[in-house]
Design a protein around this ligand. Structure first.
Ligand code: 9MR
Length: 352
């Protein structure tokens, strides 16, 4: 692991930096699928569209399939923009992922005014309509996103919100069963954040998620994969080797595992760009090395390819003049140490 970190540490030979990366190709040579989140920027930015098409085999819709984006003002869904994104993705040859069908966060205000019993019907309708509409086009869904958040103080460590508060923990199994009925061919994924870290939240969520998957499997709930987001935070305590052992244990429950939202939180890292890029690259190497030894990890998806469309850039936490460099390509869509760290990790990973 130390050797890999050194390789990615900005000490890369010039020739390597000048080479054209081929992330999907290198991943594919090991039986691994690589992809990225994308959204409406691809309509107006041909460079973003071209980078996505060149580097990816999987495309995850970053926002436009979320409940609040499909139904911002009331229960009627508007699929217009999402349909254009899906059409683009399919033409680009991408296997498409939708996120998130059911998430207790980021829900529109109108849901607040619905009664508890009515909310179950709204959830069912949402799942039925969306999965039927995209059956055969969106191959994989985060059916439930971020089920746990112990800091919400709910018994069992669940994330609170309109769905949980209406149905309790059963909303998870209910959503998976409903999704399987609406699109029997879809891959159904339980997606979770924070597990990569040895801080209080990460250490609390790991066993909760493990037990949840075990229960779902034991009850015959149709869950095919676990998504682990991978918003890496180099400044938080972490032990990626121990994390990988836990990932292997999760997959032994009978699911594949995918890294669904890979990027590096560079808030608080040095302002100097070379130093920051080095830490971002080292973090990616240190994470992917052990994780990709686990053969049931079959997909890695970046949460946007380029810093230009980083969600971190919408956060207020950067000093003036400093912008996130959290992703695999820079602002100008050019490769940087992170690109080659990831490609190297793919090339060195165990064959699937
Ligand atoms: O990157 C997404 C950002 O543009 C949205 O405003 C936000 C709320 O919908 O969601 C971000 O993506 C999140 C993902 O859906 C779930 N895991 C955390 C991601 C980053 O916040």
């Amino acid at each position: 692991m130390a050797g890999m970190a050194t390789l990615a540490a900005g000490a890369l030979p010039r020739a390597a930096l000048a080479a054209t990366p081929n992330l999907a190709g290198t991943a594919g040579s090991r039986g691994l699928a690589f992809g990225s989140a994308f959204d409406r920027e691809i309509f107006d930015d041909p460079a973003a569209a071209a980078l996505l098409t060149a580097q990816c085999r999987i495309g995850a819709i970053e926002n436009s399939l979320k409940f609040d984006w499909l139904r911002p003002a009331g229960p009627e869904a508007d699929f217009t923009v999402a349909d254009r994104l899906i059409e683009f993705g399919l033409k680009a040859g991408l296997r498409l992922r939708g996120t998130a069908l059911i998430w207790n966060d980021w829900l529109p205000d109108w849901l607040k005014w619905t009664g508890v019993r009515e909310r179950r019907a709204i959830m069912d309708r949402h799942i039925d309509e969306v999965l039927t509409h995209y059956a055969g086009r969106v191959a994989s869904w985060d059916v439930v996103n971020e089920p746990f958040f112990p800091m919400h103080g709910r018994e069992g460590g669940y994330r609170g919100g309109y769905w949980f508060d209406a149905m309790g923990p059963d909303y998870i199994a209910t959503a998976f069963r409903r999704a399987a009925a609406a699109d029997p061919a879809a891959e159904l994924v339980l997606n979770e954040a924070f597990c990569e870290h040895d801080d209080e939240t990460g250490l609390a969520i790991r066993p909760l998620l493990y037990d949840c998957v075990k229960r779902l499997k034991g009850d015959g709930v149709p869950i095919h994969a676990v998504g682990l987001q991978g918003h890496l935070k180099p400044l938080l305590p972490h032990d990626y080797g121990a994390f990988a052992d836990w990932v292997a244990a999760v997959s032994e429950l009978g699911v594949t595992v995918k890294i669904t939202e890979l990027d590096v939180d560079d808030r608080g890292l040095p302002a100097d760009i070379a130093a920051r890029d080095r830490i971002v690259a080292e973090t990616l190497s240190a994470f992917l090395g052990p994780v990709l030894k686990v053969r049931s990890v079959n997909e890695v998806i970046a949460w946007q390819l380029s810093d230009r469309y980083s969600w971190y850039r919408t956060l207020p936490d950067y000093p003036p003049g400093q912008k996130a460099r959290s992703h695999l390509f820079d602002d100008a869509m050019e490769p940087k140490p992170a690109t080659f760290a990831v490609e190297t990790a793919f090339g060195q990973s165990a064959a699937r």
